[in-house]
Design a protein. Structure first.
Length: 54
């Protein structure tokens, strides 16, 4: 009986992890790429400017 308990512990943990992961993924808000793309565009513009001293 003790061996069965040791086998059930990882099984229950795996089921719990799967349920938790699906719940976390379900409640995650869709993230927009707008701020990252805006920041990258500003970075590119800054890199294309000529160097002030040279």
């Amino acid at each position: 009986m003790a061996a069965l308990a040791w086998l059930l512990i990882p099984l229950v943990a795996a089921i719990g992890a799967g349920l938790w992961g699906s719940w976390v993924n379900r409640t995650r808000k869709v993230r927009n790429d707008g701020p990252e793309l805006t920041g990258y565009a500003r970075f590119r513009e800054a890199m294309e400017k000529p160097w002030p001293g040279g």
